[in-house]
Structures are given as structure tokens and as C-alpha cells.
Design a binder for this molecule. Sequence first.
Ligand code: CA2
Length: 152
Amino acid sequence: MSSSARLLLVNGPNLNLLGTREPEIYGTRTLADVVAVVDAAAGARGFEVRAIQSNHEGVLIDAIHAAREDCTGIVINPGGLSHTSVVLRDALSGVGLPVAEVHISDVRRREEFRHFSYIADVAAVHVIGEGVDGYVTAVDRLCAIITGQADG
Ligand code: CA2
């Protein structure tokens, strides 16, 4: 399959715990559920998905760099790294692929330290506070940009 039909799905630190704790904030769906909904949404638009979750910043950065070779877009929930990581931001801007940033919870209504994202201004799409379904919104909007069907 050509690189024009593959998305990299990145989930950052602690998102492997989805569905196991704090359901009042993050819901009850698991990381496997996230991968399944992204696979389905992307598949419906003719895209395949490579999914990675890691608790290690360098592993995430290596995966983002590798996406240059065979992906045309990145859907990322950077987790807490959103609020702290210049190096993750630099990796995303460095590969030059369109990025969709997803947050399951509404970070704007949580602690002040979650209001700022280093990723926000390198992302073309932002989906915040829609739960796991937000990943579907992100895939739809990112694929529309990649295929030139975005309506501005
Ligand atoms: O709302 C989001 O998606 C976040 O990116 C999740 C991060 C948090 O640091 C961001 O501010 C917002 C945390 C992910 C941790 O996920 C857990 C899930 C279940 C139990 C414990 C942690």
C-alpha cells in the first residue's frame, strides 16, 4: 500500500491504562477499543493504520520519525506530554506530516496545567473532550485534509 493511505496512530504515556481507572474522566473503553475505532474509521476512508502506544518519549519520537517513510498523517493523543514536551513537538513539526491532536477529556475544563499544549500549533486538527469517539472525528477531519476534501 502506498504511503498516501496510511495513518500513524500515537498514544502517549499512561494511555495503556484506559478503561482500567478514572472512568469518570476517561470513560470505560480501553486502548484496544481506541485502536479498533480508529482502524474502522480510517478503513472506511481507504486508509490503513499503524498504532503505537508507549510510556517512553524517545520511542514515540522514533515512531514519528519512521512515519516519514510510509505514512501521510499522524493522529496523536500525546497524553501528559502535550503539556511538557518540546521534543515531541519538534518531532511532529520535523516530519512535516499533517497532525491531528486528540484529547479524550476536556482539558480546558481541568487543571490549569492541562490548558496549554506544545502540540497544538503544529496540529491541523484538534479534537478535545469527545471521549474515545473523538478519535473518529480526528480521523475523518485528517483524512479530509489529506485527500483535499476539507471544507476549510
Ligand atoms: O484527555 C486526554 O486524552 C489526555 O491526553 C490524557 C492524559 C492527560 O495527561 C492529558 O492532560 C489529557 C493522561 C492519560 C492517562 O490516562 C489514564 C487513563 C486511565 C487511568 C489513568 C490514566
